[in-house]
Design a protein around this ligand. Structure first.
Ligand code: SF4
Length: 201
């Protein structure tokens, strides 16, 4: 436990590095169920970003956004709308890979909201038990990412550093890093892969 946040099971040792060429961004278009979980505060942040995000989207997404809202559910339990119970309404495709239009607008400097924290943290899921409890969410679509992480010796904690810092802060991340015996990311990043290292997914 770090500052009331429980780190579950094999999260500390899990190797992981998204392999978009293999998974095709599957987590943005998983069939069945709901879209990405949204925090209550994220509804208005996303609404503000919509004028910059909608032009990135395809025709079907735009029609869905005209007919429905971009979210469903009720306070404390919101999620993004899905198209045909599959694609998140904010998915666009680039070379066959499902990507997030919210993140594209952010990366282009058009908005200040990167993407929902639940997506940013994925495949780490947060359970609420008074405090937060973090666990690795295992799905078959991420198997290539586990293999790539093992090949590169990249831990899921390291791969998701920016999301974890966004959610819990730098100091908290440093404590996590120290108990997981990771080499700090900038040093490894420079050694291993140069400037193209990214956690985009
Ligand atoms: S979390 Fe990464 S590896 Fe897993 S489906 Fe999403 S983009 Fe692919």
């Amino acid at each position: 436990m770090i500052d009331n946040v429980v780190i579950e099971g094999n999260l500390l040792n899990r190797k992981f590095s998204c392999d978009l060429l293999k998974c095709k961004g599957a987590c943005c278009s998983l069939p069945g169920g709901r879209g990405a979980p949204l925090l209550d505060d994220e509804i208005e942040e996303i609404r503000s970003a919509l004028p910059q995000v909608i032009p990135i989207l395809g025709t079907v997404n735009k029609l869905v956004l005209e007919r429905e809202d971009f979210f469903e559910g009720e306070r404390g339990n919101y999620a993004t709308t899905c198209i045909d119970d599959e694609d998140c309404v904010f998915v666009y495709r680039e070379n066959g890979i499902a990507k997030c239009a919210l993140e594209k607008a952010f990366n282009e400097g058009k908005t200040t909201f990167r993407k929902p924290i639940s997506c940013h943290l994925y495949p780490i899921r947060v359970n609420k038990f008074g405090g937060d409890s973090l666990r690795y969410h295992e799905i078959p679509e991420c198997r290539p990412a586990v293999k790539k992480g093992e090949d590169e010796n990249t831990g899921v904690i390291e791969f998701l550093k920016s999301a974890l810092v966004r959610q819990y802060g730098e100091e908290w991340y440093r404590k996590l890093e120290s108990i997981s015996n990771l080499t700090p990311v900038p040093a490894r990043r420079a050694l291993r892969q140069g400037p193209e290292w990214t956690d985009e997914k």
